[in-house]
Ligand binder design. Structure first.
Ligand code: ADP
Length: 362
């Protein structure tokens, strides 16, 4: 599909279980197009770039933009836009009204929604969805972004066990293999990547970012991910979880379990008295910590089985969610006695579908 000069505008879409991620490549020079093409391109362009919010829930993440990229012989800027997949029908209306089909022969798409919405795109927008596998896109996306982001993309937390000294540091990911990818989206997929072409999905769990948001909405009445994270940042999970010290009165030394370790997530909620004094903030924090720790322990087991030491955590669950990133960094380091390293990416990439670039470039 992506030959030397693919038709413009260039889009890639990842239609996930919760969020749709749209990548738009803005060519630096519109003058090389003929008049009619240029007009349609500019209508689409003005709409996308003239706004940072679209409708009620579409957002352009300006801080993620990548300038001076060369894609299929053209130079330009990559923009990152996201909206809830539940709003797909409104997006389809928009694509119709802006005449997306007037120029593009199709849109590269990945994620389950590429299958689910294929027919409606063809019928309503007259656009073909060129489908790519989401795990392939994820890995290509990671490597593209790491290689072409002029600023450091990959990072880790130094001193993850010390809240005072814990510090975000750049990580050189130029020789990445082997590594584990833990993709925390609505659910979780774990991939062992041994080379550019050799990877497998080694595990996964249905307890993921969607579970956190769903449970948090149920327990606290919150409505958005941002609200859930804000509540969690003000809560204390110790009011909800039973710790080792709540059961032993202190440490369980024989097995090196400190009194502070969670013994039973949500264990205090057996007691009516504790339920009556728990706050929405505490419940949000405990939900976040429970889901994060569970993902962390599955990731650790996979790393051990696969004999891999670097674990890259990606996915929109980590968006604006430093609590989980630090918790994962801490858990990887502590429970492996320092042998595992948790890595993160500035673009949280998920599959931000860069396949239209990657088929040519990477
Ligand atoms: P998917 O492709 O399955 O939709 P993502 O990597 O996009 O996966 O991550 C979705 C998860 O990201 C949600 O389940 C939620 O935990 C979190 N999230 C982050 N920002 C938002 C948001 N604005 N709206 C909904 N969920 C969000």
């Amino acid at each position: 599909f992506c030959d030397i000069r693919p038709s413009m505008p260039l889009f890639g879409m990842d239609i996930g279980g919760t969020l749709t991620k749209l990548v738009y490549f803005e060519p630096a020079n519109f003058d090389e197009f003929d008049l009619e093409e240029k007009e349609t391109l500019q209508t689409i362009h003005r709409y996308l770039i003239g706004n940072v919010a679209y409708g009620k829930s579409g957002i352009r993440d300006v801080h993620l933009e990548m300038e001076n990229q060369t894609i299929c012989g053209r130079t330009g800027k990559i923009h990152f836009i996201r909206f809830p997949t539940s709003q797909m029908l409104s997006f389809i209306e928009l694509a119709k009204s802006k005449n997306f089909s007037g120029l593009a022969s199709g849109i590269c798409a990945t994620g389950g929604g590429a299958y689910m919405f294929e027919e409606i795109f063809a019928k309503e927008v007259l656009l073909q969805l060129h489908k790519y596998d989401e795990m392939d896109c994820l890995l290509k996306g990671i490597h593209y972004i790491d290689r072409y982001n002029p600023f450091s993309e990959c990072y880790f937390f130094r001193n993850p066990r010390d809240t005072e000294l814990c510090k975000k540091m750049p990580f050189d990911f130029r020789n990445p293999y082997p590594y584990l990818v833990v993709n925390i989206g609505s659910g979780v997929s774990i991939l062992a990547v041994r080379s550019k072409t050799d990877y497998s999905r080694v595990s996964g769990t249905s307890l993921g970012g969607g579970t956190f948001l769903g449970l948090c909405c149920l327990l606290t009445g919150c409505e958005t991910f941002e609200e859930a994270i804000e509540l969690a940042s003000q809560g204390d999970s110790k009011n909800i979880d039973k710790l080792v010290r709540d059961i032993y009165g202190g440490d369980y030394s024989k097995f090196g379990l400190a009194g502070e370790t969670v013994a039973c997530s949500f264990g205090h909620m057996m007691s009516k008295e504790k339920r009556d004094t728990s706050s929405r903030e505490d419940l949000a924090r405990a939900t976040l910590v429970t889901l994060t720790n569970n993902i962390g322990s599955i990731a650790r087991m996979c790393a051990k089985t696969e004999k891999i030491e670097r674990v890259v955590f990606v996915g929109n669950f980590l968006r604006v969610n430093e609590i989980s990133m630090k918790l994962l960094a801490y858990a990887m380091d502590f429970w492996s006695n320092g042998s595992l390293k948790a890595l993160f990416l500035e673009h949280e990439v998920r599959n931000y579908n860069l396949c239209f670039l990657c088929t040519v470039i990477v």
